[in-house]
Ligand binder design. Structure first.
Ligand code: BMA
Length: 842
């Protein structure tokens, strides 16, 4: 039998959402004249920025230079008020519950202070029965300026290093809402998650934490439930667990605040990451009863799988390998940032779209980065369903944090809330203490600046792992990313607070690493010189899709350095790095359309080179997590999907590089090798056909070999010398095929190649919801892409970046409701290739 919240009895907990009738008003700070004393309709869950926009009082901060023009909003104080009606229905307790208050707020009910809040990341629950009136009640939430609060707190707490221009580390608010190197600075306020009035009697379920374990095909679900008592109860309550058609109960004695139940499940089907098996989920229903009366109920899902990280030192260093159900999983990951700078706008449908895109790009892990938020339960639900492993950072990023009160208690409270909320999800594979802080301490000169102050290490090495051990005991934990396991293990309590440097935290041979040197200072071929055990961050910038760019910027002329472009490029020396990373490969165009295409292509190539290299050295390398999947507004950034949800060329490069079966040609010393990477269960075998061609398609040398690659393995073979030795590097290429998979290798950079102007024939045929566009090459054309959003901003295309040898075709599936002809599609700004860029050379 299952119990849900719909099965009401007089004493079932009652939840009333308080989302109606809100208005907001500026009550302090640099309020513009036109807003003084003016109340505007407000939405809860929401934010002041979106309220001001909806009222037509401000422009969209995401457009042009509005970020700067609207910066005053974050320096103002704002008051939200509503009136709701209440009638006492005899419950013992009535609580006001805020699932997300952003951030520094004082809450008043009927003129009485309820509480002050200081943390966006936790749930607050206040007893308000004595303050409630029969009939009409006034609820007021006054937000202090987050910018001013953070500034003041940074001195009160004592200076601590951080990146970017605001001391986001002094306030428990989404760090990137103060701006990031891809993020708009829009520190907002508001109730960003639901607000409700919850009435209950006798007792309620304060926390329900199911743990699913499995051995062979025998599963077990242990549910630990914490109970909050409403009043003095003198008879025991019952906790009931239902799962897989079985129900068990336990008595909860009148003085007990927690209880535990277990159900064993035979013949369980295991939950697997995508690409390794299915994702069966088991419904778990928990009810708290008083006699026959249901007081409270909880419903969720679990999956049966084991997960651990292998970091036992081996002959290559220290691995960092996800082991799920005793099977090593090569992580094909992406980093995730909040999908909107106003995260309340990200609903289940949007998460669903974004995670469907992730799966379409052959991704199997999403890392929720520590400068954002604990995502909503919808996110983790959808990851459970899609087999996307989740690596969840605790919310600390690129900064030192005080460990003094009141911060320490806030950190503990938020961690408790979110560990308990997220832990039921089988997709959750790792809790991680922070983003780059242990590295930062070592590398970014924090130590002398801190002068002995705490910086967060106690959170990462003690507080957080102990909370995970208490609340979610079967989940792996790492103190930070990047992280070298030996460094933390040998941490000496010598008072310095520094990890003993057995290995540098970012040592690529030990644990996880972040590879930023290539983008920042070197160049992408340098990825191939790195032997890494697990790359948790690496990436390359590129502009958003053209239609996203032109929707968000009205620059005239639009140039790489026009005013809006610079506002929407946040990386330190971003444009210079884009150029420096381009010119060894492709010419720098002096035309905005070509610039946009060149930078988009280069972004894609750089990341593809990295992934293919790291997969070619698997299993020494056990995974890559691309920085970054998504964007939170329209911006030039490392993202594969831009702020309007459009897939950039990088998206398709990631999809190709993350295919289950990958062939890739790699330079190793003086030689070329081909890596046959088989990340599927079935063996991959057949004839490997090696050939060297000239650009006209003539075969200059050819040879064959046999490949037999077991499931989940990588075979590396030398490319025969005849094939790997060009007579004319600028006019020849290597092709290696196995079945229908092909790898190409060009001996020279694009710019040193004799690529001719692309000669493409385009055919457009109507297809379901759009068109099949077939492109046939009459000469060698590299990286054919259909930038279809230039014709129809709503259109999508299923693939990009196909290299065609003379005579070859590729068919692209376009979804569009517009009338499109072959001539439209063949336009030189739509049908793109690397040849067009090489043509720009004098
Ligand atoms: C890493 C991330 C982010 C940043 C990205 C690009 O350090 O953790 O802080 O956005 O690099 O610079």
């Amino acid at each position: 039998m299952t119990f849900t919240r719909t099965e009401t009895t007089a004493r079932l907990i009652q939840t009333r959402l308080l989302h109606e009738g809100w208005s907001a008003e500026a009550v302090g700070g640099p309020v513009p004249e036109y807003l003084r004393g003016r109340a505007l309709p407000a939405v809860v869950p929401g934010s002041i920025h979106t309220d001001l926009m909806a009222a037509g009082l401000i422009d969209d901060p995401y457009l042009d230079d509005n970020e700067r023009l609207l910066a005053w909003i974050g320096s103002c104080d704002w008051r939200y008020s509503t009136t709701f009606s209440f009638s006492d229905d005899g419950h013992d307790r009535t609580q006001l519950v805020f699932e997300g208050v952003d951030t520094i707020a004082s809450i008043e009910l009927n003129g009485h202070a309820v509480a002050d809040t200081k943390n966006m990341h936790r749930t607050y629950r206040f007893d308000v029965a004595p303050l409630l009136r029969q009939g009409s009640n006034d609820l007021v939430v006054t937000f202090s300026s987050p910018v001013k609060y953070a500034d003041r707190a940074s001195l009160d707490q004592g200076y601590r290093p951080h990146v970017n221009h605001h001391p986001y580390n002094s306030i428990r608010k989404m760090a990137c809402s103060f701006g990031w190197d891809w993020g708009i600075d829009t520190a907002s306020v508001g109730m960003w998650r639901p607000v409700s009035l919850v009435s209950w009697s006798t007792a309620r379920l304060a926390s329900v934490r199911p743990t699913a374990t499995v051995q062979d095909d025998r599963g077990s679900v242990v549910v630990r439930a914490d109970v909050e008592r409403g009043g003095a109860a003198n008879s025991p309550l019952t906790l009931r667990l239902s799962l897989s058609g079985e129900t068990v109960e336990v008595e909860v004695q009148p003085d007990a605040l927690s209880a535990e139940l277990e159900i064993a499940v035979d013949d369980v089907e295991r939950w697997w990451p995508a690409g390794h098996g299915a994702q069966p989920l088991y419904d778990v229903d928990v009810a708290l009863l008083d006699g026959d009366t249901v007081l409270d109920a909880w419903a969720g899902r679990v999956g049966f799988r084991t997960v651990r990280i292998d970091h036992e030192p081996d002959e290559n260093g220290t691995p960092f390998t996800f082991i799920v159900n005793d099977r090593p999983i090569f992580v094909r990951g992406v980093n995730w940032i909040p999908d909107d700078a106003f995260p309340h706008r990200v609903d289940r449908a949007r998460y669903d779209r974004r995670l469907a895109q992730a799966r379409a790009a052959n991704i199997n892990l999403v890392r929720v980065w520590g400068g954002g938020i604990y995502e909503s339960s919808d996110f983790y639900d959808l990851c459970d369903e899609r087999g996307l492993l989740v690596w969840q950072d605790f919310l600390f990023a690129c900064a030192a944090y005080t460990e003094d009160e009141p911060m320490r208690s806030e950190v503990e409270a938020e961690a408790r809330d979110n560990i308990a909320r997220i832990m039921p999800h089988p997709s959750l594979a790792l809790w991680n203490g922070n983003n780059e802080n242990i590295w930062g301490f070592e590398e970014w000169n924090w130590e002398p600046r801190l002068g002995g102050r705490s910086w967060g290490l106690g959170y990462y090495l003690e507080l957080l792992p102990s909370l995970v051990a208490e609340l979610d005991p079967f989940r792996p934990y790492t103190p930070g990313s990047p992280f070298s396991p030996e460094a933390a293990r040998s941490d000496a309590p010598d008072g310095s607070g520094a990890p003993a440097p057995a290995h540098h935290p970012n040592d690529p041979l030990h644990g996880s690493t972040h590879l930023w040197e290539l983008w920042n200072r070197q160049d992408y071929p340098g990825y191939r010189d790195v032997t890494a055990r697990f790359v948790a961050e690496f990436g390359w910038q590129g502009p958003p899709a053209w239609s996203t760019l032109t929707r968000s910027l009205s620059d005239d002329p639009l140039t790489p350095e026009s005013p809006g472009m610079l506002v929407h490029q946040k990386a330190m020396e971003g444009n210079d790095k884009l150029i420096d990373g381009l010119v060894a490969h492709l010419p720098l165009p002096d035309d905005m359309n070509d610039w946009h295409w060149a930078m988009s292509l280069n972004q894609a190539t750089a990341v593809q080179v990295a992934i293919e290299h790291f997969r070619s050295i698997s299993p020494v390398c056990a995974g890559t997590i691309v920085w970054q999947l998504n964007d939170c507004w329209p911006v030039t950034s490392w993202a594969a999907i831009d702020g309007d949800g459009r897939e950039k060329p990088l998206f398709h490069a990631v999809k190709h590089a993350y295919a289950d079966r990958l062939l890739t040609v790699q330079p190793r010393g003086e030689h070329l090798v081909v890596a046959v990477v088989n990340d599927s269960d079935e063996p991959w075998s057949g004839e490997l056909a090696f050939s060297r061609h000239d650009f006209d398609g003539r075969v200059l040398s050819t040879t064959t070999g046999e490949a037999l690659v077991g499931g989940r393995s990588t075979l590396v073979l030398e490319v025969p010398t005849d094939v790997s030795t060009p007579l004319d590097a600028g006019g020849e290429l290597v092709s290696v095929t196995l079945g229908d998979v092909r790898a190409l290798w060009f001996f020279a950079e694009y710019r040193d190649s004799r690529l001719e102007p692309a000669d493409l024939l385009t055919r457009v045929e109507p297809g379901p919801e759009g068109y099949a566009v077939t492109v046939t090459a009459r000469n060698l054309v590299r990286d054919v892409a259909l930038l279809i959003d230039r014709l129809d901003a709503q259109a999508t295309v299923d693939d990009q970046l196909q290299t065609l040898l003379p005579g070859e075709s590729a068919t692209f599936t376009v979804r569009s409701s517009k009338q499109l002809t072959a001539a439209d599609v063949a336009d030189h700004l739509v049908l793109r290739s690397a040849n067009q860029l090489v043509e720009l050379l004098p």
